[in-house]
Design a protein. Structure first.
Length: 203
């Protein structure tokens, strides 16, 4: 029989721990080397063409609107990026719709779900429009697939739709800023982060 302490020591001596130590050590050296050479600090700017491609992907966005008190309100949302605009589907009685009707200024942050992270922050103004079934259907298929997206669009009853119809928020960007932590992440770090998705969370 051995103690919990010895179990912990065994885990710390394991390969994943050693790999993580190497990753963070090389990452620190990479950042220090970049600073010594006068290279741009982390995060690395994401070029405009990559910003556009990233926004076309399947990510959860965090939409920020301005509440009645002036405090920002953040909401995770699905979105579609088409023709330079962001489209968000929501209920007409939602707080974000009320906020946008009062103050159209918004921002949206979209990022990778796994490290090393990329992300884009969009600022602009939003307009509330009536539901556009074609956009809503594309959005559902984008996140859920063809079959689940088809049934998702039919979950709400007619009475629910009549009492609180869906709306589309159309965001016209006036600024976009993208960032990318990948270029300065060492190869061993990328391997470790890919492996980490298959390992227990405590490693």
């Amino acid at each position: 029989m051995h103690s919990l302490g010895s179990d912990k020591e065994a885990r710390l001596a394991s390969f994943p721990y050693r790999a993580a130590t190497v990753y963070f050590s090389l990452g620190a050296l990479s950042i220090a080397g970049a600073e010594a050479k006068g290279e741009p600090p982390l995060p690395h700017p994401l070029p405009e063409p990559q910003v556009e491609r990233f926004l076309l992907g399947r990510h959860i966005g965090v939409l920020t609107t301005i509440g009645a008190s002036g405090m920002p309100m953040q909401t995770p949302v699905w979105y579609l990026y088409r023709d330079g605009r962001l489209y968000v589907r929501t209920n007409s009685l939602s707080a974000k719709v009320r906020n946008i009707r009062r103050d159209s200024r918004v921002s949206m942050c979209v990022q990778d779900e796994y490290p090393p992270y990329r992300g884009v922050t969009v600022t602009g103004r939003a307009e509330v429009r009536a539901d556009e079934p074609e956009i809503s259907a594309k959005m559902s298929r984008n996140y859920l697939g063809v079959i689940a997206g088809f049934f998702y669009m039919r979950l709400r009853t007619r009475a629910q739709i009549e009492d609180d119809p869906d709306t589309i928020l159309v965001i016209e960007p006036n600024g976009k800023r993208g960032w990318d932590y990948r270029p300065q992440t060492p190869f061993v770090g990328r391997v470790w982060l890919a492996l980490k998705r298959l390992l227990p969370p405590w490693l």
